[in-house]
Design a protein around this ligand. Structure first.
Ligand code: SAM
Length: 265
């Protein structure tokens, strides 16, 4: 048995996603796992030297179009609309879509990528979305069909440093990991795709509107292993109050990366 060549990387991916799904005790409110995080997610802004923007830079021009798959509140879609002819954001979570800044050249499709029917664009990006997609092959094939020039997929390639995940590992002893970028590389190679790779290691910081919001989000993230007393005590010891009344968690070093390739056909 050859550990790389004889493994079905799509089945391996599904196993990782299903093990994570089993951690959730209950369905998220309204069935949308992102509803509780949308407000804090929107607070995060793209800094001018954002590493992924620098990877995109050679492809950006005023005549190009782009689809942002799983755009969230528009962390990339909004600044990219200022650099491109047209941006189509695909985002299933209504609270996330509600926080998207409007722009004349930005269309928002309110559905999952699997159900969306966007017209193809020059560029397709998909940033930190694939972790919960159990069946990645049709998802990736659709990214490829929808791009005329280049597909970019960003994922983490080290343990997530968000407070709920760190706390979850502490309270449960261990947690199954999510799919990482290296799993995607092996899956893309299995599909016959030869992507370029760029990895980036950076300091991670997460903001919450208040301590109560942090507790609620972490309770939801940790699932059945949540312990109210230990969870609160850990958050009170590890979150710092900012001047505007919000709290922040410095998660330390995180490695993420992008795999990007020219669509076949
Ligand atoms: C971690 S957020 C990333 C948002 C944005 N791409 C960014 O980097 O700021 C993940 C987003 O992917 C969306 N998402 C999850 N599954 C999706 C799917 N199957 N199709 C499209 N979007 C999805 C979620 O609703 C959420 O807004």
């Amino acid at each position: 048995m050859d550990a790389v060549l004889d493994t079905d990387w799509a089945a391996h991916w599904r196993g990782l996603v299903e093990a994570r799904q089993a951690l959730r005790a209950e369905r998220a409110p309204g069935g949308d796992p992102w509803a509780v995080r949308a407000g804090d997610f929107a607070r995060q802004v793209v800094i001018p030297r954002d590493w992924f923007m620098s990877v995109l830079e050679p492809w950006l021009r005023p005549t190009a179009t782009l689809i942002d798959v799983g755009s969230g509140p528009g962390r990339y879609a909004a600044p990219l609309a200022r650099r491109l002819d047209w941006v189509t954001a695909v985002e299933p979570s209504e609270p996330m879509r509600d926080r998207m800044p409007p722009a004349d050249n930005l269309t928002v499709i309110g559905s999952s990528w699997e159900d969306a029917e966007p017209v193809p664009a020059d560029l397709v990006i998909c940033v930190h979305v694939l972790y919960g997609v159990a069946d990645p092959v049709p998802f990736l094939e659709k990214l490829e069909r929808s791009a005329r020039e280049r597909v970019f997929v960003v994922m983490r390639d080290s343990p997530h440093t968000i407070a709920g995940e760190v706390l979850g590992r502490l309270l449960a002893g261990s947690r199954p990991r999510e799919p990482w970028l290296r799993d995607l590389l092996l899956l893309l190679r299995q599909l016959g795709i030869r992507p370029d790779l760029r990895l980036e290691t950076y300091e991670s910081t997460y903001r919450f509107a208040s301590m109560e919001v942090a507790v609620e989000q972490c309770r939801h993230h940790v699932g059945p292993a949540w312990d109210e007393a230990r969870g609160r005590a850990w958050l009170e010891a590890n979150l710092r109050l900012d001047e505007d009344g919000s709290v922040r968690y410095d998660g330390g070093e995180l490695t993420s990366g992008v795999l990007h390739w020219t669509p076949r056909t």
